[in-house]
Design a protein around this ligand. Structure first.
Ligand SMILES: Nc1nc2c(c(=O)[nH]1)N[C@H]1C(S)=C(S)[C@@H](COP(=O)(O)O)O[C@H]1N2
Ligand SMILES: [Mo]
Length: 431
């Protein structure tokens, strides 16, 4: 067992974007338990099965490594990923690791609902077919080469999980405790779904798509399947992608082909895609009904359970921003400019401005906003602020969109913690 001392664990928590409150709790806990002198196996033993510690880091903060008595748990191809669940695999990256305008494949988050298909792990295209059937005149069955021969486009596009930000709902909700990192903007290459649907000739009865992939569900769940209205399917940025950042898709992100439905919740972007069934009504799979990917039409009392009839399918994500510079707990110098940067996005809308504050929202400064390469890529913002007081500060970012919406400071609660977009706060210590 590798020696791990508490300082390393503390650093690890900072890397994992632990909130100042979580860090303070950790410090108090460590002091109380006499961790400060301990190291190595003794410390791991103290961590092992410690219920108090589990409670302390109930938001996915505790390194899986320690929860499972392994020194480090790294997912092949995704170094540094914060793993929330191993089976089915779900993991995200801390904001400072998502600074690139185009997210490298190795830092694209992973959200699996079931197994990873063997074909994806082996990179095997044998007998792979992609079909479009249902409300079409001319059903398609395409090989990987057929797909590759159609006109293609390459675009950076945002995919964000509906549950990104779930960890910040209060009272807490069940599900992966995503913080800020269940989002990415990689460069996707593929065929516009519109071109495929035109080739298949939609009937006038075509209303909705239903997506199917090669992954198998775990337990009693139905196979993961979601769908989108035909208008969104025909939108020019909706792709059947077969390359990511110039290479074949990674096994974890959907090899050999996936949907990319930018602007809408990530679950629309079916991975390991094999079939699109065009339907004459809204898709009614398990993941389209009940409480899955649905939110109450009106804000609910926190902790309540709305009736199923109150729920509606969620579609576009909301205006939001993420601070990628500075890193949490950076030590900044008084009277020296502090560089602040990050990304902003707004679902089907466009970001109009991003405001920054380092004094708890008393004063705001507008960041410069770089126009994104297309309306579904995130926009880079940047500014500098010169701190004039010593001590603990928080950098806050607040994005606005062109439809008049903005990120809230507190937001209405919903039973599954979807569409969390409260402002991002990053602690810095000025000395
Ligand atoms: N076949 C299949 N597609 C899927 C999923 C899945 O479990 N199976 N998860 C969805 C969810 S909930 C999200 S947020 C995105 C995540 O994509 P990524 O793992 O490439 O980041 O894929 C979506 N597509
Ligand atoms: Mo998701």
């Amino acid at each position: 067992m590798t020696a791990v001392d508490w300082r390393e664990i503390r650093r690890h928590l900072i890397d994992r974007n632990a909130s100042p409150t979580d860090l303070a709790r950790f410090d108090a806990f460590a002091a109380r338990r006499g961790f400060l002198g301990a190291s190595g196996a003794a410390l791991l033993a103290m961590f092992g099965g410690d219920v108090a510690l589990k409670g302390l880091f109930g938001r996915g903060m505790i390194p899986v490594a320690m929860a499972e008595d392994e020194p480090v748990f790294e997912v092949s191809g995704k170094p540094g990923m914060i793993v929330h669940v191993k089976h089915p695999l779900s993991g995200e990256f801390a904001p400072h690791l998502l600074d690139d305008e185009v997210t490298p494949t190795e830092r694209h988050y992973v959200r699996n609902n079931g197994s990873i298909p063997e074909r994806a792990e082996a990179g095997d295209l044998t007998d792979w077919k992609f079909t479009i059937d249902g409300e079409v005149e001319n059903p398609l069955s395409l090989s990987f080469e057929d797909l590759g021969q159609m006109p293609s486009v390459t675009m950076p596009l945002v995919i964000e999980c509906a549950g990104n930000g779930r960890a910040f709902f209060d009272p807490p909700v069940r599900g992966n405790p995503w913080q800020h990192g269940a989002i990415a903007c990689s460069a996707w290459t593929g065929v516009r779904l519109r071109d495929l649907l035109q080739r298949a000739k939609l009937k006038s009865t075509a209303k909705y798509t239903a997506h199917y992939g090669e992954d198998q569900p775990l337990g009693l769940a139905e196979q993961f399947s979601r769908g989108i209205p035909i208008d969104k399917a025909m939108e020019e940025h909706t792709l059947v992608a077969y390359a990511m950042n110039g290479k074949p898709l990674s096994a974890l992100n959907g090899f050999p082909a996936r949907l990319v439905v930018p602007g809408w919740v990530g679950s629309c972007s079916q991975k390991w895609l094999t079939r699109i069934w065009v339907r004459d009504r809204a898709h009614d799979s398990q993941k389209m009904t009940g409480y899955s990917y649905r939110m109450p039409k009106t804000p609910q009392t926190p902790g309540s359970r709305p009736k199923k009839s109150e729920m509606e399918v969620i579609t576009a994500v909301k205006v939001k921003s993420m601070i990628t510079r500075p890193t949490a707990m950076t030590k900044a110098d008084i009277d020296k400019p502090l560089n602040i940067a990050g990304h902003a996005w707004a679902g089907d809308q466009q970001v109009s401005k991003v405001l920054i504050s380092i004094d708890y929202g008393v004063n705001w400064q507008e960041a410069s906003l770089k126009p994104p390469p297309n309306r579904y890529a995130w926009a880079r913002f940047e500014t500098t602020i010169t701190p004039q007081r010593r001590g603990y500060h928080e950098v806050w970012a607040r994005a606005f969109d062109d439809a008049g919406d903005a990120q809230p400071f507190r937001q209405p609660w919903n039973p599954k913690g979807y569409l969390g977009n409260v402002i991002h706060r990053v602690p810095v210590v000025v000395g």
